[in-house]
Design a protein around this ligand. Structure first.
Ligand code: ADP
Ligand code: MG
Length: 237
């Protein structure tokens, strides 16, 4: 019964995600449609046409950014949970963000202990991609990004530290609130998606931040007693 309940909760989260994505994307698409219909009349002054095209392109970029914050790894497959090794998954995300980091003169370092948590690998990666991207974006003039995973037996603690712009108390309080963004082209959805995924895994998070000094995010996830797929089957027989 408990497993069934958990399965129901999972499905609910999946359909909630799908509902919010289509809701989020409808707005920019409606704007694009409207401006294209205006352009279709063909009787607009050249400057107006150029302005409408610029707005339509900006709105399409926004739709793209929203999809990135939600669905970078989405596959048309059911969102099953499974034992996942945090070091392996974080390594994958680090590999993805390293080119972006180097482009911004950011040094990336990591210290990753193995530890198994129950989750969905796709969501896990989306969560940490969003968080690491925020850290990189917080260091426009370069800096250091450090990611650590520590296995504490019953929990796995992941820390993400940057020495970027930092956050005020008010900003820390609003972290994860939908549409809260301090960026010109921000969606304000990346942190919300990350927080939801952490909560879905039964985890908690805290933020320590100082303006102009940097931010450390600490994410604590319950460890699974299931062994990782590689270290299996030695006690049997
Ligand atoms: P977006 O990145 O599109 O602005 P997010 O939901 O990802 O939206 O983040 C919300 C806000 O939280 C950001 O606009 C920023 O103000 C703040 N934030 C998140 N992570 C950091 C960080 N590492 N350093 C400073 N500010 C951050
Ligand atoms: Mg973001």
């Amino acid at each position: 019964a408990r497993a069934e309940l958990m399965k129901m909760e999972k499905m609910q989260i999946v359909s909630q995600m799908a509902a919010s994505i289509s809701h989020e994307i409808r707005n920019p698409l409606t704007v694009v449609k409207g401006f294209i219909q205006l352009l279709q009349t063909g009787r607009l002054p050249r400057e107006t046409e150029e302005r409408y095209i610029r707005i339509a392109l900006e709105e399409l970029e926004r739709a793209e950014a929203i999809i990135r914050d939600y669905l970078t790894f989405a596959k048309p497959a059911p969102k099953e949970t499974e034992p996942i090794d945090v070091a392996t998954q974080l390594q994958k995300v680090l590999q993805m963000i390293t080119p972006m980091a180097h482009m911004h003169s950011i040094h990336v370092s990591s210290s990753l202990e193995h530890g198994v948590v129950i989750g969905n690998a796709q969501y896990f990666q989306q969560c940490f991609l969003n968080l690491l991207k925020n850290s990189i974006e917080a260091m426009p003039n370069g800096g250091t990004l450090h990611v650590a995973a520590e296995n504490r037996g019953t929990s796995v603690v992941i820390t993400i530290s940057d020495n970027g712009v930092g956050m005020t108390k008010e900003q820390v309080r609003r972290f994860g609130e939908p549409y809260f963004s301090t960026k010109e082209k921000g969606t304000g959805l990346g942190a919300m998606v990350a927080v939801k995924i952490i909560e879905q895994m039964g985890g908690t998070w805290t933020i320590e931040s100082t303006v102009q000094k940097g931010t450390t995010l600490t994410i604590t996830l319950p460890a699974s007693r299931v062994r990782p797929p590689t270290a299996e089957q030695s006690a049997v027989g």
